[in-house]
Design a protein around this ligand. Structure first.
Ligand code: ATP
Length: 590
């Protein structure tokens, strides 16, 4: 397939907000591609040249792109910047310049997808001295060679600004659509994706071997597995009623790591599958010392106060997440890892084994040492004992407990009752926090005009529609420092118009829209119903027959407060709409 064809598809995708339409357009595109193209297509659609969990990024800023365009188009200095200022988008700018330049018009080369991918891959992976010039030359030549529309998208891909408004989930739907003409096969495709969340691998397999090809998808050391998650429950009796005799572990309040050890090297992945290997050298050392076989394990890492020997609160542990001065910080705040699961040992896939079996493997796997410890455990069948353990955890300053079903398998990517989190309740009705996505903000007035931000709009992820629906605007309760931080973070993500995957009522519209990236943990007193919020809202026709009326009001948060930034979560990992629905019911029960 020539790249221009992909660009035409991207053009069509850009024009529509309808989920089904997007799915069908993608299915058509996939259908037209060959097995050696489809994987690359999937990466390019995400604005990348490799799966999300690899550290391969373009690392290209506007300034460098301007140089590449200037070089490639052979225009005078200052010209690109001027058109960029007029258009507000470098993609549009390069397209305009190409269309104006009669010499390059209509004389583009018919580069195919594989060729363009290969060049972009070189751009992303060239490093070291002289790499900036190399990137500029490679990109400049490429932009010179392609048609105007393709130049628009190549620029956006390289700047990580493709922003098509759909996530991997829509791509999985379209793979199903490609082979079946419906979304029916999505659950099967998703099961494989949860174990190997690499769209390149999944799409190629489907293209070559159909759905059958995915049946044998096994986890692999080195490729992160989507992490299993926990349901919430608000008291001990309910937990025992639900899963019977179960294992109770403390709910450590650090950050989760999935650790892949191939017998030689260690890779570390965060909750959202970001490769964080370079950040935690102390954990790597500990793993190499205490584990003697290839394995994949999971655990919670917590910082230690060197003076008192006590575990640090999350806010301090999280300072270890950094790209610079890593060694220095590792000395200041050493980490312990509380291992709580084991997904592969040797060549054996343990995902399908029960909790009890996996725990046995884990206990045999971890040798003596000062870094990796096995999570405490007690098996209980009596709610009174469970409550004692919970209270004991709370007294020790721990967040709560995790209850794990003894015969439960490891359900990659799923949130179910195999694991239940039972957290400290707070004064309000709502027993848990909500992780929400910052969607935009309003300019400040009065006291806060100095910050340039008056309030910000947040929403949760509607997994059925692959969209974000709003739950509240937060305008109070932040410290000056937090206001500044949210403004700085938001300004890096500003977009001109409301993103396509945002469902927002007119009343909640924002002065400034931002692309979904920032996840914040919000504590609220209660989830209420509100007609102006779109998460869970259903529109008419109501009894009066007016289709624009609110039939079921959406969910809203009462007295929301910012707890912390959740840099370990992707927007799609934010609390989902169906979780909010469950939390709403749970709160009624409380
Ligand atoms: P979730 O991971 O469920 O989306 P979250 O990241 O907001 O939610 P919590 O709701 O606080 O986190 O609870 C789940 C998290 O608890 C796990 O992802 C893990 O990081 C942490 N955790 C701490 N101790 C344990 C344990 N013993 N077993 C499993 N997870 C644990």
């Amino acid at each position: 397939m020539i790249f221009k064809r992909l660009s035409e598809y991207l053009g069509k995708l850009e024009e529509t907000t309808l989920r089904n339409k997007i799915t069908q357009i993608l299915a058509e595109l996939f259908h037209e591609s060959t097995p050696d193209e489809i994987g690359k297509l999937c990466y390019l659609l995400q604005g990348r040249v490799a799966p999300l969990f690899t550290a391969i990024e373009f690392g290209m800023a506007d300034k460098m792109m301007i140089k590449a365009i200037t070089y490639g188009m052979g225009v005078e200095d200052g010209r690109v910047l001027k058109v960029f200022q007029e258009e507000g988008d470098l993609g549009k700018a390069v397209e305009k310049i190409k269309n104006q330049k009669s010499t390059t018009k209509n004389t583009y080369k018919k580069l195919n997808i594989n060729k363009v991918y290969e060049i972009l891959y070189q751009v992303a992976t060239s490093g070291g001295s002289g790499s900036q010039d190399k990137k500029i030359t490679l990109l400049g030549n490429l932009l010179h060679d392609v048609d105007a529309l393709s130049a628009r998208y190549i620029v956006r891909i390289t700047l990580a600004k493709l922003r098509m408004g759909f996530s991997d989930m829509t791509i999985l739907d379209s793979l199903s659509w490609m082979i079946k003409g419906s979304k029916q096969l999505r659950p099967e495709i998703e099961r494989a994706y949860n174990v190997r969340p690499d769209l390149g691998f999944i799409s190629e397999t489907v293209q070559k071997h159909g759905i059958e090809g995915l049946k044998s998808t096994e986890p692999k050391v080195g490729i992160p597995i989507l992490m299993a998650r926990a349901e919430r429950m608000a008291n001990s009796e309910d937990i025992i009623l639900k899963i019977g005799k179960c294992a109770i572990e403390p709910k450590y309040d650090g950050f989760r790591l999935q650790i892949h050890y191939d017998g030689k090297d260690v890779k570390l992945f965060s909750r959202n599958l970001e490769n964080v290997t370079n950040m935690y050298p102390d954990i790597i050392k500990g793993i190499k010392k205490q584990i003697h076989k290839p394995a994949v394990i999971e655990g919670e890492a917590i910082g230690i106060n060197l003076k008192t020997g006590e575990y640090l609160p999350f806010q301090e542990t999280v300072q270890r997440k950094r790209k610079y001065d890593v060694e220095l910080k590792a000395k200041e705040i050493p980490l312990h890892l509380f291992a709580f699961d084991c997904l592969i040992v040797g060549r054996e896939n343990l995902l399908v084994k029960s909790y009890v079996e996996r725990r046995n493997y884990l206990e045999k796997l971890i040798g003596k040492g000062e870094t990796v410890y096995i999570a405490q455990l007690e098996v209980v069948s009596n709610p009174i004992r469970l409550e004692e353990l919970f209270q004991d955890a709370v007294t020790r300053g721990i967040e709560g407990v995790m209850a794990k079903k003894l015969e439960g398998i490891y359900r990659a990517g799923a949130r179910d009752f195999n694991w239940i989190k039972y957290k400290r309740s707070y004064s309000g009705k709502l027993a848990d926090t909500i992780d929400a996505v910052v969607m935009g903000y309003d300019l400040g007035q009065g006291k806060r005009s100095g910050f340039g931000i008056g309030d910000f709009l947040i929403g949760v992820y509607d997994e059925k529609q692959d969209k974000f629906g709003t739950v509240t605007k937060i305008g109070t309760g932040l410290t000056d420092e937090e206001w500044r931080e949210i403004k700085i973070r938001s300004d890096k993500l500003k977009v001109k118009t409301q993103p396509k995957n945002y469902e927002v009522d007119k009343i909640m519209s924002c002065d400034i829209w931002i692309t979904p990236q920032i996840v914040v943990e919000i504590r609220a007193d209660e989830i209420t119903r509100s007609p102006v919020h779109t998460a869970g809202r259903v529109m008419g026709p109501s009894e009066s027959g007016n289709s624009k009326e609110v039939k079921v009001a959406g969910f809203a948060l009462r007295f929301p407060r910012l707890e912390k930034f959740r840099d370990d979560k992707k927007p799609q990992d934010a609390t989902t709409l169906s979780e909010v629905e469950k939390m709403y019911k749970l709160q009624e029960k409380k």
